[in-house]
Design a protein. Structure first.
Length: 475
């Protein structure tokens, strides 16, 4: 059990990682007092010996509508079996504030968001402990639990209680009914999450079920690599059956281990403690310091732009942004290379059509970057890798019509490619990376690298200046 006394300043924004890590042991375990929704449960917390008290108090809030006065609705904690034991959210807040514990408030419906935030705002001068506001805004397969409206939850929290940590989760389901190949937190789900949190400045916690997390280490690592105020809490119950714990051991011992927390069933917690430590390896997939992000205003309601992680970079939505390489070249370069693993992620309800031919990755090679007014650059060399496997290289600067200025090709359509672009110019050109198309298909670039060399090298040239090699992967 956790025994540390909490000392937090009211009105300060606390990192979600610091918020929980200070109250856990070295294994990343966080012991939460779940379901403190009644007077007896609250009294039990007050009467516990100090050594047995948990550092996190969790309550579930819904909106109770009276039969006689239908226009009156009261935020109430999840109803226990005994009516006399029920407690309103206002009373719960007053009592839990006295405990000076981390408060985790689970908002169970969209209609209760505003009343909860209003009560928190009114009591803000009395609250000295961190507040975590949680909502299940995504639906799990075969779940009957209603989802909370994501936009209303996030915007309301930002406006009414910006010092809270925003916690995001998925509705509960019976994991035993889900086929094994669907027990994963895939890139499509990651991109849905990214579109919501892109512009959030508050600390963020992401709650993932153990059965999904163990098959989604790459995706979790990407999220943790975005910024230090993002943390992941992995939870479980007795229905989670794990055959291979090795991926979880590597996550617990990895470079982001300080922001990976575990709220596990007792049997799973014991197994996790027995796992040997795995040496952390930093693959250095993407160096954000070597690339500059430029974003332009856009009118579409779809979230668009670039999200960079230490593990790669994502292009979301419409074409409104690009990356410029800041790589310092040698004085007399003879060759430069751009390489990456490219993953296309199509939105679930977006249909394949002829418009998809415009979706893809674009790399511009330009002599100068001057007064760029949009992400669509009209000069220089343009290299295109399309969602449907099209490739094209076009030199839009040449004025000598004796030479071919464009070449095209067609690859087998896959969701994932690895490409290497080799440029052998007379002088080194600037490298700009962008996407084309609307918000129906998003892009993920992993292991994006730009390098140049001053040594002599033999290069097969296309259009006399450029070559591109692409390897196919099934993803």
């Amino acid at each position: 059990m956790i025994t540390a006394e909490l000392r937090y300043r009211s009105g300060t924004r606390v990192s979600s990682a610091d918020l929980w890590r200070n109250e856990t042991n070295t294994n990343g375990d966080v012991i939460i007092a779940h379901g403190i929704n009644s007077w007896p449960a609250l009294l039990d917390q007050f009467n516990r010996p100090a050594k047995e008290r948990t550092a996190v108090i969790e309550g579930d809030v819904f909106l109770y509508k009276q039969r006689k006065h239908r226009n009156r609705a009261i935020p109430l904690m999840k109803a226990p079996s005994e009516v006399t034991d029920r407690i309103t959210f206002k009373e719960w807040l007053q009592e839990v504030t006295k405990l000076k514990k981390i408060m985790k408030i689970n908002v169970k419906s969209t209609e209760v968001i505003r009343p909860v935030l209003q009560y928190l705002l009114a009591a803000s001068n009395d609250i000295s402990s961190p507040v975590v506001l949680h909502a299940n805004i995504f639906r799990s397969p075969r779940s009957i639990e209603p989802v909370v409206d994501a936009q209303e939850f996030i915007e309301g929290t930002q406006n009414y209680y910006p010092d809270a940590t925003i916690s995001i989760g998925w509705t509960k389901n019976n994991i035993t009914e889900i086929p094994l190949h669907h027990r994963t937190f895939g890139w499509r789900e990651v991109f849905r999450l990214l579109s919501l949190i892109k512009n959030i400045q508050q600390a963020i916690m992401i709650l993932l079920r153990l059965s999904l997390a163990v098959h989604s280490i790459e995706e979790i690592t990407f999220l943790l690599g975005i910024r230090d105020t993002i943390a992941v809490v992995i939870w479980s119950n007795e229905n989670d059956v794990i055959k291979d714990w090795t991926p979880l051991a590597s996550l617990r011992s990895g470079i982001y281990s300080q922001r990976v927390l575990f709220d596990l069933d007792a049997s799973h917690r014991n197994i996790l403690h027995l796992l040997p430590a795995v040496s952390a390896q930093d693959n250095g997939q993407f160096d954000k310091n070597l690339w500059r992000t430029i974003e332009f205003p856009y009118a579409s309601p779809t979230t668009s732009g670039i999200i960079s992680s230490n593990e790669g970079v994502v292009f979301l939505g419409w074409q409104n942004a690009f990356l410029i390489s800041l790589q310092t070249p040698p004085v007399f370069p003879t060759i430069q290379r751009v390489s990456s693993k490219l993953v296309f992620v199509k939105k679930r309800h977006y249909r394949d059509s002829d418009k998809n031919e415009k979706h893809g990755l674009v790399i511009y090679l330009v002599d100068k970057v001057v007064d760029v007014q949009s992400p669509n650059i009209e000069y220089g060399i343009k290299v295109f890798i399309g969602y449907k496997g099209q490739i094209a290289i076009e030199n839009r600067d040449t004025i000598n019509l004796e030479y071919q200025t464009k070449a095209i090709g067609q690859l087998q359509k896959e969701n994932c490619y690895y490409f290497e672009l080799i440029d052998r110019p007379r002088k080194l050109r600037n490298v700009i990376v962008s996407k084309t198309g609307d918000g129906g298909v998003d892009l993920l670039l992993q292991e994006l690298k730009h390098s140049s060399s001053a040594t002599k090298s033999v290069c097969i040239a296309l259009l006399m200046i450029l070559s591109i090699r692409i390897l196919l992967f099934t993803y």
